[in-house]
Design a protein around this ligand. Sequence first.
Ligand SMILES: NC(=O)C[C@H](N)C(=O)O
Length: 346
Amino acid sequence: MSHLVLLGTGGTIATRATGGGRAVGVGAAELLRAADAVWPRPGVRVEPRDVAGRPSFAAGLTDVLDLAARIASAVAEAEGVVVTHGTDTLEESAFLVSLTHSSPAPVVFTGAQRPFDDPAPDGPRNLAAALRWAASPRSRGSGVTLVFADRVLPVVGVRKTHTLALRAFAAPGRGPVAQVDEAGVRVLATVRPAPLPMPAVRDLPRVEVVGQYLGADAAALTDARSRGARGVVVAGFGSGNTTPEATRACLRLLSDGVPVLITSRVGEGPVAPLYAGGGADLAAAGAVFAGDLSPWQARLLLAWVLAGTAPGDLGAVRDRCLAWLRETGAVPCPDPLSTPTEDAAR
Ligand SMILES: NC(=O)C[C@H](N)C(=O)O
């Protein structure tokens, strides 16, 4: 009989209505009973454990690092781990866990858009599908994935793309990698997990995400350092551009040894250093273009890399980020036909 561990962390899937709004109040054992009413799971033993009981907007980095440690010990005992999690920060928690997870045992995140006591809840089916995927031999070696609304999505590149709809997540350009429904498990693509081994840490260095908007000045970038940021991620315009003031501020940060990662505020597609005065100047000064990673996942990548790199070694931070981004397909590997503009991004 195969053995899975179910870790409950809270989120809407575990909430009920209260006079003050939805509140977490359903443990992992009760979630499991509801999932079992959707699909039976003969031959699979699931051990429910409660890790936390909060909405995911209230979680912090140390909570996710603790969760990663709980997952690592569960992985040592079981063939797979399923985590129920709030959807608000799921794409960040699962991404950070994926950097720490190197075992072939699958780790599967899921959640819900509707509360446990909703007349038509989506949580039980999402959890039943997540368990089914985790128990399938086809999920072995898939690293950390997300099961939501019958689809299995890779964690790198995944984003919450709808505030309320049941199909709340997408991995634009990357997913889904499998489908789980009444027909069973159908694998559509292979996920390439990309763990990034680092020394065990209790917290991560501060990395700020700075957004670009019409006429944005340099204040948020300049102030990031005084707030103790060791790195900055820019959620730039379009393919990775910044206002003239923000471009100059990024160049100052880089010349002071502060790493800058460029992402886009658009929501789909990679960044590329195409425009003089914007992205091309940032790349020439040593900013790392973070491919199709969301600003939030890029922030975690940079914080994770900074945690394992000697302070001030900008070159090592850049090289490690780029190596990981290439490994996961977020940025292209150099090829014989690449152009000078493309090379500038490397
Ligand atoms: N659908 C959800 O789970 C949203 C909830 N606010 C959370 O992230 O905990």
